[in-house]
Write a protein that binds this ligand. Structure first.
Ligand code: C2E
Ligand code: CA
Ligand code: CA
Length: 307
């Protein structure tokens, strides 16, 4: 929840709403801190409107780039997939992390062309790296927002581009959070089914962080659950985090869903996950997200490494 107070935080409705969104972003970033007052949230150094204008230009001028981070199969010790993560090299402001601009873009219609750009770029990257295109199992996952799912032609455009490039939809996956699916859940279940029927894989992102509904979890047509990094973070020290991770693994397996742990940074975290039947892991312990050339090089040497 983002909280503003009148007249301290603003003198008119527009300003108050804008600032409540800033506070909301901050609250979301702080994960389990439920509300944030605007006065605690002023960390944006330049105007939202200016930022949104620049996104349009940056798409034209190729200032965006996709970085990739591998997901490792803990049973076979092989790369199973790559997550595509957007990077913005702003011509004036320099590097702007996605957490600073994605939440704002998600509230504007610009998320539609931006996600289209991500789809095209990731599919082109898959085709360029023939190891993925030719392998039976490897796939690439992109992140999508609630607003993409509300866009009535989103799935159509995705399918069109997959068909145009003759890419097997099995090579492609989307990651979406449960909170984002909550808006119009019944409609979204239908859309997820449509994607899955085509062969596109579905990840439920940031599991445990937002609003989880066990009733819906049973009905959601998904392939993977990603345990939010918050729970992995303190796994060595906090019994509650260990218990939560174990319960998520058990619950997912009972529902025939595979589990990915994100934000794995240490050997101790990895060992705990391996010993407790988690299927996949992703995190700095293996590698940070990086440019595709670097990640493909990393993958070629991966077999020789011991984790
Ligand atoms: P996410 O989807 O939960 O992605 C995981 C984030 O955790 C990434 O941050 C990744 O770099 C970071 N991460 C990976 N391993 C570790 C680790 O071991 N430790 C820690 N501390 N962090 C780790 P990033 O790349 O800054 O992205 C942040 C968020 O921005 C993403 O969270 C996602 O929600 C959003 N995002 C990124 N790219 C896109 C995109 O193309 N489209 C949309 N709609 N959202 C995106
Ligand atoms: Ca993700
Ligand atoms: Ca995540």
């Amino acid at each position: 929840m983002g909280v503003v107070t009148y007249p301290k935080d603003g003198s008119d409705c527009d300003e108050l709403i804008e600032k409540s969104f800033l506070a909301l972003d901050k609250a979301k970033n702080e994960k389990l801190n439920f509300w944030i007052y605007e006065s605690e949230a002023v960390d944006v150094n330049y105007n939202n409107i200016e930022l949104l204008g620049d996104i349009d230009n940056s798409m034209k001028e190729n200032n965006f780039e996709l970085y990739y981070q591998p997901k490792i199969d803990l049973k076979t010790n092989q790369v199973d997939a790559y997550e595509a993560l957007i990077r913005w090299n702003h011509p004036k402001e320099g590097f702007i992390p996605p957490a600073q601009f994605i939440p704002k873009v998600e509230r504007s219609s610009l998320i539609e062309p931006l996600t289209d750009w991500v789809i095209k770029q990731s599919i082109d990257d898959i085709l360029e790296y023939s190891e993925i295109a030719n392998s039976k199992d490897l796939h690439v996952a992109i992140n999508i927002s609630a607003r993409n799912f509300q866009d009535p032609s989103f799935i159509e455009r995705l399918f069109e581009y997959l068909d145009k490039c003759k890419l097997d939809p099995n090579k492609f996956a989307i990651e979406i959070t449960e909170t984002d699916l909550m808006i119009e859940m019944d409609k979204n279940i239908q859309k997820l089914s449509q994607l899955r029927e085509k062969g596109v894989k579905i990840y439920l992102d940031d599991f445990g962080k937002g609003y989880s509904s066990l009733k819906y979890l049973k009905e959601l047509p998904i392939d993977y659950i990603k345990i939010d990094q918050f729970f992995i973070n303190d796994i060595e020290n906090k019994t509650t985090n260990r218990d939560i991770v174990l319960s998520i693994v058990k619950l997912s397996h009972a529902l025939n869903i595979k589990v990915v742990a994100e934000g794995v940074e240490t050997k101790a975290q990895l060992d705990f996950l391996k010993n407790n039947n988690c299927d996949y892991a992703q995190g700095y312990y293996f590698t940070r997200p990086n440019k595709k050339e670097e990640i493909f090089k990393w993958t070629e040497n991966f077999d020789k490494k011991q984790f």
